[in-house]
Design a protein around this ligand. Structure first.
Ligand code: UDP
Ligand code: MG
Length: 320
């Protein structure tokens, strides 16, 4: 019987120091899992260092290595999507190049795949190694996403690293959006899912490419492709402000009447003016918030109707 093919998809952006370590480690894992054939799809995401040249060089030594070269830097999510689009495997595993996703998990993942699971998530058991700010924002991120996603359960602390079957990948590739967020697309597609847990080690060489801005971008993308519920917030704001405004107007009217009929002395009116100014400021803030929320969705609609590709593959070099 022909062996099943496993595709490992690895995005690489300025990973020069990691390339040899990563490939050596993967070669080890491949040797250990003789029951499968492997291909490694390395996606060079517009690196400015020697990552691409190194990869081409290693294709002689590692005949399992396919190299996809993007025409510029598109970002982590796009690089993974590009790799997935050319994957030929029966099982597909996206993984980071920095060995923060331990390749040792591939074996237990494959075992679960053989048991009939179409998705095997690699969940980070703890985030001790993260700074408190990343830990906190990640916790909130997964909570919010899970709450917004309705019937779709988004697993906590699962990033790209997971195994998906050919079937699941085909369904993911059918999703029409051009703003892709893999970690919410896989649970959206569904299928029988299992999980392995791991403690994420520190990056061995090079440094993280994620900063606050890219994390916020990821969160906004993930939320806006998951749900339109945040739009309801506009309505809630409007309702509460409406009630508030009603109460305040009545109070003002009463004070005004008390004042002109001389039941109560004047100084109250100054307070009234001050209050009105504050309310109008508050209203402006809320309006702006609502407007920016609408703007985010409008932006999404715009880019989706634009139908521009999420990535551009410059070339694919197969091993000889
Ligand atoms: N990466 C990429 N394009 C980018 C940024 C990152 O392909 O613009 C790759 C990077 O080479 C690595 C993976 O995405 O293989 C995860 O990046 P990183 O380790 O910087 O993220 P972190 O582990 O800090 O979240
Ligand atoms: Mg990393």
């Amino acid at each position: 019987m022909a062996k099943k093919l496993v595709t490992i998809v690895v995005p690489m952006y300025n990973e020069e120091p990691m390339v040899p370590h990563f490939l050596a480690k993967i070669a080890e894992i491949i040797k250990e899992n003789v029951d499968y054939d492997f291909e490694v799809v390395a996606v060079n995401d517009g690196s400015r260092d020697k990552t691409l040249e190194l990869l081409y060089g290693f294709q002689k030594k590692y005949p399992f290595l396919r190299v996809v070269n993007l025409s510029r830097n598109f970002g982590h999510e796009a690089a993974v999507a590009a790799g997935l689009s050319v994957a030929k495997g029966d099982a597909i595993i996206p993984i980071d190049a920095d060995l923060q996703d331990p390749p040792e998990l591939i074996k237990p993942m494959l075992a679960l795949f053989e048991e009939g699971f179409e998705v095997v998530n690699a969940r980070r058991a703890s985030r001790k190694e993260d700074a408190w700010i990343k830990r906190y924002t990640a916790l909130k991120f997964y909570k919010v996403i899970d709450k917004l996603s309705g019937k779709v359960r988004i697993p906590q602390n699962v990033g790209h690293y997971r195994l998906i079957s050919r079937r699941v990948l085909d369904e993911v590739l059918k999703l029409p959006e051009s703003n892709r967020v893999f970690r919410v697309e896989v649970p959206y597609v569904g299928f029988k899912t299992a999980e392995v847990a791991f403690v994420r080690p520190k990056r061995e060489h090079g440094k993280t490419h994620y900063n606050m801005k890219s994390m916020i971008d990821l969160a906004i993308n993930a939320i806006t492709i998951t749900s339109t519920k945040p739009l309801n917030i506009v309505f809630k704001f409007a309702m509460w402000i409406g009630i508030f405004l009603g109460l305040s107007s009545v109070t003002q009217l009463v004070l005004f009447i008390l004042d002109v009929t001389n039941v109560l002395p004047i100084p109250f009116l100054n307070h009234g003016i001050w209050l009105v100014i504050n309310i109008s400021l508050l209203l402006t803030t809320v309006l702006l918030l609502c407007l920016s929320l609408l703007a985010i969705y409008l932006g999404k609609t715009f880019s989706e109707t634009q139908k521009r590709p999420f990535y551009v593959i410059e070339s694919i070099k197969e091993p000889k």
